[in-house]
Ligand binder design. Structure first.
Ligand SMILES: Cc1cc2nc3c(=O)[nH]c(=O)nc-3n(C[C@H](O)[C@H](O)[C@H](O)COP(=O)(O)OP(=O)(O)OC[C@H]3O[C@@H](n4cnc5c(N)ncnc54)[C@H](O)[C@@H]3O)c2cc1C
Length: 367
């Protein structure tokens, strides 16, 4: 078989795409993952900064100990990739700060939360910097078994028998809409249109070493804002690091605030407004950082999730969409959706014996 002809192509190396690809690869399928950015993880994101790094997407890992996904936690603890963090978490509302009742243990990754995605991506064929811009139902006689040709911005097309699209629904819609002319059912396109997302801005701010004195006086490492018009979350990101790190704070905005400045050419003013709001209410001197970076998450949190763990196109060729917008929101939903998509694909392809999540993690831990 040609090196660019695969059993399965997965678009997107977020948590959903990685676990789906890992499950199918471990079952013996030849899988390629195409990812538009420079690294793995998607919204499980860590940004490298001058003297440190910061998690500007997912804040921490939290899994129900009774869930099938829980084996990830002991595996990561064993490798010292995660540590307990922000216990308790605080809420902030008009009546002040309050410790939240604890739910499940909460973990941070000292080397950055994207390390968890790298753990899940071990051994996979992942092609980075490959933004997929087009999908064709393949008519190439050379590859009679390949149904799909996947066109990316920066390299030759990839062919695959089955396709998994593991990206937010609005981005999946951009890729799938042109297929409507080739018989893709309107219900499928409508399901993608209905699964809308809320945006979020993440402001990452770094401070001089003396700022640590302010931080040390805080009772909290992270707070969730309950009814603020601007802020949704403030976390002392440097408190996740086990080695001394430059004081760094990550603030995340409400969806309403993000909407109000989503199209601004520069987000500097928006980030400063977030810092001002936090300084007034939570932490003195926060509004004068040494540096400030702001990241725009256009598709941060699903607003109207699709009511099932995956969405399959009603066509002869295998096309399955998955991601956090299928069945819920958050990392756990993304992982469950990726596993369910892999399971469905396998049942309609070679029907191999698929490894359970626990077995997948055991295999990765043994590497
Ligand atoms: C600020 C913020 C904070 C959050 N905090 C938490 C938290 O504390 N706990 C929690 O459980 N969840 C949290 N979430 C939600 C969590 O990040 C997501 O639910 C989860 O990571 C989604 O994973 P996914 O694989 O479905 O999608 P994504 O992580 O979005 O992965 C999709 C991948 O596809 C790639 N891609 C997109 N289009 C293309 C294309 N055309 N070609 C190739 N590649 C493409 C993207 O670059 C990305 O890597 C947070 C999200 C944000 C934005």
């Amino acid at each position: 078989m040609d090196q660019d002809c695969f059993d399965v192509a997965v678009i997107g190396a977020g948590m959903a795409g990685l676990i789906c690809a890992q499950q199918l690869t471990q079952a013996g399928y030849r899988v390629v993952v195409l990812e538009k950015s420079r690294g793995l993880g998607g919204r499980m994101a860590t940004r490298r900064l001058q003297e440190t790094w910061a998690d500007h997407g997912v804040r921490y890992l939290e899994l129900n100990p009774k869930s099938e996904l829980y084996p990830l936690v002991p595996a990561l603890l064993q490798r010292e990739m995660i540590v307990p963090w922000a216990t308790p978490l605080y809420t902030w509302a008009a009546d002040g700060l309050k410790p939240m009742p604890e739910s499940y243990p909460r973990y941070a990754a000292p080397l950055g939360i994207s390390a968890i995605a790298k753990f899940l991506g071990q051994g996979l064929e992942v092609r980075l910097n490959q933004r997929v811009i087009g999908l064709h139902l393949s008519e190439i006689a050379m590859y009679p078994e390949a149904s799909w040709q996947i066109i990316s911005e920066s390299s030759a097309p990839v062919s695959a028998t089955a396709l998994v699209i593991a990206i937010p629904a609005p981005q999946a819609l951009d890729l799938c809409e042109p297929l409507a002319a080739k018989g893709l059912a309107p219900e499928f396109v409508r399901a993608l249109q209905d699964a809308t997302y809320a945006p979020c801005l993440s402001a990452i701010a770094g401070y001089p070493p003396e700022f640590q004195t302010e931080i040390d006086q805080l009772p909290w490492q992270a707070i969730t804002a309950l009814d603020d018009p601007i802020l949704d979350w403030v976390g002392i990101d440097s408190s996740k690091r086990t080695q001394l790190a430059q004081p760094t704070v990550v603030l995340q905005s409400t969806a309403a605030f993000a909407h109000s400045c989503l199209e601004s050419a520069s987000l500097e003013a928006a980030g400063q407004a977030m810092l001002n709001q936090a300084e007034q209410n939570l932490l003195p001197r926060l509004a004068a950082p040494s540096w400030l970076q702001v990241h725009r998450w256009r598709y941060a949190f699903p607003l109207h999730p699709y009511p099932a763990e995956f969405l399959q196109a009603p066509i002869e060729q295998l096309l399955i969409c998955c991601g956090d917008w299928c069945g819920g929101s958050g990392v756990a939903a993304a992982l469950k959706s990726g596993l369910a998509a892999g399971d469905r694909l396998n049942s309609q392809f070679h029907s191999r014996s698929l490894p359970s999540f626990e077995l997948i993690i055991d295999q990765l831990n043994a590497l």
